[in-house]
Design a protein around this ligand. Sequence first.
Ligand code: GUN
Length: 281
Amino acid sequence: MILIDGKKEAANLREELKKEVSQLKTKYNKVPSLTVILIGDLTPSQIYVRNKEKSAKEVGLKSEVIKYPDRVEETTILNKIHELNKDETVSGILVQLPLPRHINKKKVIEAIIPEKDVDGFHPMNVGNLSSGYESSVPCTPLGCYLLIKKVEPNLSGKKAVVIGRSNLNGKPMTQLLLKENCTVTITHSKTKDLKGECLKGDIVVAAVGIPELVKGDWIKKDSIVIDVGINKTEKGIVGDVAFEEVSKIAKAITPVPGGVGPMTIACLLKNTIECFKRLQS
Ligand code: GUN
């Protein structure tokens, strides 16, 4: 069984990105820069943002965090985004989710110009990805995709099962797997026989937020299992996959923590660099 080491893969990717940033600095005499907007004081969001900032600095990117209190008005955020859109020193903009309820997520996502949308959430990027054109790709599914490709470089004809249909993960994950010529089944809470569907998968990506939903007898022998879940339970943080059972059956599996999580942040840095390069051309 291959334990997919997301920490190690993310460190390798950061090393590559560091070299690229250094080359870009020589070529353009400036480095890509990421601005993160953080609203409110949710602990997970604060931890994510701190990690993003640390990783950005590590690869030599410029990084700035703009913090607002929970009660900030929507127009203040939208105006700040418009300002950052025009700011030539900013390559990527990310507004940390979730947002307070009085702020309209759709408006915020659509306010960021697609060229600086490092999350790949803007409808223009979503459309470009599904049409097979160049686009920013959401960081979590991009991280999953890179981990899958490390284990299995040729995915053509493989059966992939994605559990969860969110805009953040499930849908873009499906697009990336389709591009690789997988036969993709996207499943969700209304799927009739989830276990039966999972059993058909050469690749299973679980991104539903249900602790240890995917059991050992849901998985075909020699499949690749990617666990996107981060669930707080009495026994600590667990994924969407029952790791102990599934690791006995699968060919390769990501642990939680130390699997998809570190890759997500490394992919955000990658997206920031891609945005910078596209903005120069
Ligand atoms: N909150 C949790 N994951 C993400 C993400 O990928 N992007 C943003 N903007 N917020 C998040």
